[in-house]
Every structure is written in structure tokens, then in C-alpha cells.
Design a protein around this ligand. Structure first.
Ligand code: PRP
Length: 207
């Protein structure tokens, strides 16, 4: 029985593919617009980063590679098998440079695509917020008056800097994780643990 592996498109895609290519010793080519690719006993699925938990949760994939930020945002109940040590980023609160966030406002307006992480962070700080859900280009929002601050991902910090924003708080340190569906982990334990060991081996060799 094949092991189905969901690989993310987007920010951690390239590194994930390279690692699997090293393990397989072959180029993993999704030909044309195809989103499935078979290599030996493994079948790769090319999935949007935010959709990986859904595929693994519903066992459409046995395992997946996904950022901790996505797992935490979606409160995914998956088996976290390995911190892969790449795809490092931070989920932060950021606001315009040169001024402080006015926490005394009746409700701070926060723009974000990470609604759940933002809500729970501000709740933990006892700060009332109005969340504005966006789907991208979050750093634009404060400069045109859509919000007081944002909750977003920072990797290099360039996007924040170029949009005159500063980090006020770090909510989460994230990296890419290997995750498994609990039933798959029971039924295909040997294959999954072997995959885990191979990934760990490549990562440690690269260090
Ligand atoms: C993410 C994030 C920031 C940017 C941060 O956006 O939302 O905008 O990357 O990266 P940096 O710190 O290296 O500049 P993404 O590229 O995923 O696009 P999006 O804004 O359309 O979500």
C-alpha cells in the first residue's frame, strides 16, 4: 500500500521537494499541471500550505509537511512527528514605525489572515480587538488606515521594513513539521517511521 505524502506549495515547498528528491534519488516532477506524482512506494500530493491539515486530517494523505503556524491557526489534531528545522518564520504583531499601539482604544483594529492566532493572543493580553480578515498583502493595511496593527508572518523582515512597520510582539516561532494522520500512523507505522528516519537523516547531514 502506497504512502501518500502531502507536500506544500508556497514558502516551504522548495526545501521540502529538495529533501524528498535527495531521499528518492530522483527528480520529483509534477508534470504540467498535475498535482499527483508517484515515486516507488510513495505518492506525492501537491497541496496549498493551508490545505495540508485538511488532507491529512481526513486521511486523503497519510502524512504531510506543514508550517507550525498553520497547524496552530487551524488547531489541527495531527501527530507531530518531526520538526524539520527549515521554513523558520515568526507570527508577530506589527504596527507603524514611530508610534506605539494605543491599547486604551475600546477595540484595536487588527488585520490578519491568521484570525484564530490573533484572537487568542489578544484575549491572553486582555486587549479588546476587532479582527479584519484579509487574504494577503497584510502589510498594506495599516498605512491606508484599515487597521491599527497587523498579525502576520515575518521571515526576513523585508516586507515589514519596506512598509514602515515594526514588530511589537512575537506570538509564535514557526518551522516546518512532518505530521501524520493518527489512523495512518497506526496502520502504516513502519512506513511512516522509516520516512521520519530518512528525513531526519537528510536534515542532520545538511547541518
Ligand atoms: C508572507 C507574509 C508577509 C511576507 C513576509 O506573505 O504574509 O507578507 O511573507 O516575508 P518577509 O519577512 O521575508 O518579507 P506571502 O509571501 O505568503 O504572501 P501574501 O502576502 O500574499 O500572503
Amino acid at each position: 500500500m502506497k504512502l501518500r505524502i502531502a507536500l506544500p506549495k508556497g514558502r516551504i515547498a522548495e526545501r521540502a521537494l529538495t529533501i524528498f528528491e535527495q531521499i528518492c534519488g530522483t527528480h520529483i516532477a509534477f508534470s504540467g499541471r498535475k498535482l499527483l506524482c508517484d515515486v516507488g512506494d510513495w505518492q506525492f500530493l501537491l497541496v496549498r500550505n493551508q490545505d495540508i491539515p485538511a488532507y491529512v486530517q481526513h486521511q486523503a494523505a497519510d502524512v504531510g509537511i506543514v508550517g507550525l503556524d498553520v497547524l496552530e491557526e487551524q488547531s489541527s489534531q495531527l501527530v507531530r512527528l518531526l520538526d524539520l528545522g527549515f521554513g523558520h518564520c515568526r507570527v508577530v504583531v506589527a504596527s507603524p514605525m514611530g508610534s506605539e499601539i494605543d491599547n486604551t482604544k475600546p477595540a484595536l483594529r487588527i488585520a490578519t489572515k491568521m484570525v484564530n492566532l490573533a484572537k487568542s493572543y489578544f484575549a491572553s493580553q486582555a486587549i479588546a480587538v476587532e479582527i479584519i480578515k484579509l487574504y494577503g498583502s497584510i502589510e498594506l493595511a495599516p498605512s491606508v488606515g484599515l487597521c491599527d496593527a497587523i498579525v502576520d508572518i515575518v521571515e526576513t523582515g523585508n516586507t515589514l521594513k519596506e512598509n514602515a512597520l515594526k514588530i511589537d510582539a512575537v506570538i509564535l516561532q514557526s518551522s516546518a513539521y512532518l505530521v501524520a494522520n493518527p489512523n495512518s500512523f497506526y496502520a502504516k507505522r513502519k512506513a511512516i517511521l522509516s520516512l521520519r528516519a530518512q528525513l531526519q537523516n537528510v536534515i542532520e547531514t545538511a547541518r
